[in-house]
Write a protein that binds this ligand. Sequence first.
Ligand SMILES: NC(=O)c1ccc[n+]([C@@H]2O[C@H](COP(=O)([O-])OP(=O)(O)OC[C@H]3O[C@@H](n4cnc5c(N)ncnc54)[C@H](O)[C@@H]3O)[C@@H](O)[C@H]2O)c1
Ligand SMILES: O=C(O)C(=O)C[C@H](O)[C@H](O)CO
Length: 266
Amino acid sequence: MELKNFSLEGKIALVTGASYGIGFAIACGMAKCGATICFNDIKQELVDKGIAAYKEAGIEAHGYVCDVTDEDAVNALVATIEKEVGVIDILVNNAGIIKRIPMCEMTAAQFRQVIDVDLNAPFIVSKAVIPSMIKKGHGKIINICSMMSELGRETVSAYAAAKGGLKMLTKNICSEYGEYNIQCNGIGPGYIETPQTAPLRERQPDGSRHPFDQFIVSKTPAARWGTTEDLVGPAVFLASDASDFVNGHILYVDGGILAYIGKQPQ
Ligand SMILES: NC(=O)c1ccc[n+]([C@@H]2O[C@H](COP(=O)([O-])OP(=O)(O)OC[C@H]3O[C@@H](n4cnc5c(N)ncnc54)[C@H](O)[C@@H]3O)[C@@H](O)[C@H]2O)c1
Ligand SMILES: O=C(O)C(=O)C[C@H](O)[C@H](O)CO
């Protein structure tokens, strides 16, 4: 039996919002498996820093400024990549924001902003790449979901609504385009050490650990925060031929949080 390989040689990947953080780590991992990396971010300054960081990692990445919520800009980005690099084989919808505000104190505009980046944008970017994937006869779409695709918590109503919707968008793209050999799956990271979660890990004025930091470690069987490197193997798997029969799945990379009721207070 031939082992379907994990190589990404000859594949072109677009990772959104990938100047740093989870997207940067996933892109670096895909590059090490042979993929050509294209990425975007919202500001030239971030793209420039990203290109330098990829170069430092030995990767010649193609960087573009593009706000993923702007449909015209996204369509222009995909057309430019197709012209300059080639047809996108792998899309990672990674760009995202969070606003931690109690729901009744959050404005509708703030709610909409989170939905726009975390849910509408993955729709926009996926819609932009799918036609060429159909023509090419294959495609991989990986949506970066969250624990909040399954669970709620105080202050993250918009984010949870977006990430829950992103889980179902993932399943719907699978349903609608699986027959064209397009696999759309999600990765659901646990709590990962990146700028997005930095406020949850800040030391207290007395030097003690943030209460949320202690809470998450107690809720994680692995008893630690995740790192961006923990996400690379799962992303490469879902981007490779080895996952051609995996579709509509959310792969939770959470150290066991979703399986664990929590430790009895001592
Ligand atoms: N860090 C975690 O614990 C965690 C866990 C689960 C899911 N996630 C998700 O993973 C993804 C990456 O998270 P992260 O922790 O690396 O976040 P981050 O805040 O460190 O990075 C997010 C990136 O997205 C970019 N971005 C934001 N809005 C954009 C827009 N409109 N257009 C283009 N780029 C935009 C930012 O500039 C940044 O480069 C997000 O979707 C996040 O919701 C993070
Ligand atoms: O709960 C929060 O405040 C978060 O920041 C959620 C994390 O970013 C992440 O999405 C958990 O999977």
